[in-house]
Design a protein around this ligand. Structure first.
Ligand code: AMP
Length: 284
């Protein structure tokens, strides 16, 4: 496994591998790796000749400078974890290498970015599309691996691939959870012991909503989720939404749909967490 920090070195290495007929899988991450990331890496190593993992805390997708500064950075531990996954190249550039000039690109994803994460984190998806687009150009992978944990991000990347005509297959894997159900996240490392315990209430709230889906009107489910979280110490609900899993648009009824996405964002102490469940209504 090789660590590369220079854009040109990675570009040329990938070019040479493609010329030799090697298939390339790419897993973009912001590091502080956990099992959610590692399953993507193992999948890529299984599907492709070569696997590249980027570790880059992308400044342009943070709308909150404190969140960017406090984001966990654990490169040495990440390298050690990646050894066992079958990863071949780690791309760990500096912000200056990626952004030699101030980013001026502006993407628009229409309605997709006016809801949930797009609404609550202005500029976030512009930063995501910018970095994913840049990395796709440098690596030019055959397949790129993303987690359902960031469901709206998957929809944005799908649109980016379609919109710009990248010849890349998007592969999505389910959310990996801690044993109590909390979705794994690099930001969980910032929770203290009490906050960590209470953080599971996001998952419990999603399960509560899932159980009510076919019996209870959607507005009542939303009220129940808000009421459940209201008494939880240090938990501040930002949104809970019942949405179409592909368009991410809020649903008012589930009579004509097969699948729904239950999406939640909340602060637990100082840390903002998101989670979702995609529910097949025939299985409820
Ligand atoms: P991040 O480092 O948080 O930007 O995440 C990098 C990739 O890993 C993204 O595609 C995420 O959706 C995915 N990911 C993060 N956490 C999880 C998880 N708990 N389960 C599955 N995928 C995840």
């Amino acid at each position: 496994m090789q660590v590369i920090t220079q854009v040109n070195e990675l570009r040329e290495t990938m070019q040479a591998l493609r010329c030799r007929g090697k298939s390339i899988g790419f897993v973009p991450t912001m590091g502080a790796l956990h099992e959610g990331h590692l399953q993507l890496l193992r999948a890529s190593a299984n599907d492709n000749d070569i696997t590249v993992c980027s570790i880059f805390v992308n400044p342009t997708q943070f709308n909150n400078p404190e969140d960017y500064n406090l984001y966990p950075r654990t490169l040495d531990a990440d390298i050690a974890l990646l050894q066992a996954t079958g990863c071949d190249y780690i791309f760990a550039p500096t912000p200056e290498a990626i952004y030699p000039q101030q980013n001026m690109l502006q993407f628009s994803f229409g309605k997709l970015e006016t809801v949930m994460e797009g609404e609550h984190r202005p500029g976030h998806f512009n930063g995501v599309a910018t970095i994913v687009g840049k990395f796709f150009n440098i690596v030019q992978p055959h397949k790129a691996y993303f987690g359902q944990k960031d469901l709206q991000q998957v929809a944005i990347v799908r649109q980016l691939i379609l919109g710009l005509g990248f010849n890349i297959e998007l592969v999505c894997y389910p959310t990996v959870r801690e044993t109590d159900g909390l979705a794994m996240s690099s930001r969980n490392k910032r929770l203290n012991a009490d906050q960590r315990k209470i953080a599971v209430s996001l998952h419990v709230a999603l399960e509560l909503a899932r159980k009510q889906l076919v019996q209870v009107p959607l507005p009542t489910i939303k009220e129940a989720v808000a009421a459940y979280l209201k008494d939880k110490p240090e938990v501040a609900l930002e949104y809970f939404e019942i949405a179409d899993p592909l368009t991410l648009q809020p649903l008012t009824t589930i009579t004509d749909v097969q699948e729904v996405a239950l999406c939640i964002a909340a602060h637990v102490g100082p840390v903002r967490l998101i989670d979702n469940l995609v529910v097949n209504l025939s299985e409820v």
